[in-house]
Design a protein around this ligand. Sequence first.
Ligand SMILES: Nc1nc2c(ncn2[C@@H]2O[C@H](COP(=O)(O)OP(=O)(O)OP(=O)(O)O)[C@@H](O)[C@H]2O)c(=O)[nH]1
Ligand SMILES: C[C@H](OP(=O)(O)O)C(=O)O
Length: 227
Amino acid sequence: MEILVPFATDAPKTRLSPILSAAERQVFARAMLRDVVDAIRAAGHEPRVLATGSLSIDASVTVDERPLDAAVNDALEGHFTEGETAPVDEAVAIVMADLALATPPALERLFTADGDVVFAPGRGGGTNAFVSRHPDFRVDYHGTSYLDHRDIAASIGANVDVVDSFRLATDVDEPTDLVEVLCHGAGRSRSVLEEAGFELETADGRVTVTRPDRVSEAGPDERDQSG
Ligand SMILES: Nc1nc2c(ncn2[C@@H]2O[C@H](COP(=O)(O)OP(=O)(O)OP(=O)(O)O)[C@@H](O)[C@H]2O)c(=O)[nH]1
Ligand SMILES: C[C@H](OP(=O)(O)O)C(=O)O
């Protein structure tokens, strides 16, 4: 199975800017990417990173500067048209790079599920990962992409399966998502947060993350600029 991991190299994870500086977001995004690559490998597959720019990582990297949909759709099309001899039933998977909780067993469930298109939906309406065995399936990310992708699958007559997985549904987009990494994560993503001083905080029965040694009026980016 061909497995692609899209990755935005410049200014990744902007929604984490309230709690991570630009430089920290670069480090954290790369840590998540490496955890995802490792989990895919441990599930028995060799992924290829589909990046917007050059990237130093121990994995195959294809650079495509175009926006996400264009880059992924070109890869999907190429997968099914590449060479007359390519087996028509060979699957291709797209796994997002911000699935910090992804484990080999969770990925294996996705990779082995039946269906022309198999989705691992993300919390909040996104499409965190999918497998396609249908040559005409194309993506339309952002917004409620999971619902849009189901519509696209229906429009081409593809049968759909869905993998219900907490680990694959948890993409790390917002500051509150760091709670999940500290609660359930392992590997580099969690280590980066711990080394940056993040801790879980429980107040009034709610769990958030806090960074006791960095409490400041200024946001992370402002702190960076002030040195
Ligand atoms: N190849 C490629 N990957 C992208 C692009 N935009 C986002 N990604 C990747 O797609 C996945 C999901 O994207 P988002 O959750 O929006 O991540 P992001 O763009 O880093 O985060 P925000 O800036 O907060 O939206 C992540 O693995 C990103 O690295 C793009 O234009 N090209
Ligand atoms: C790419 C996008 O990611 P999200 O913004 O939902 O994290 C999506 O899954 O459609």
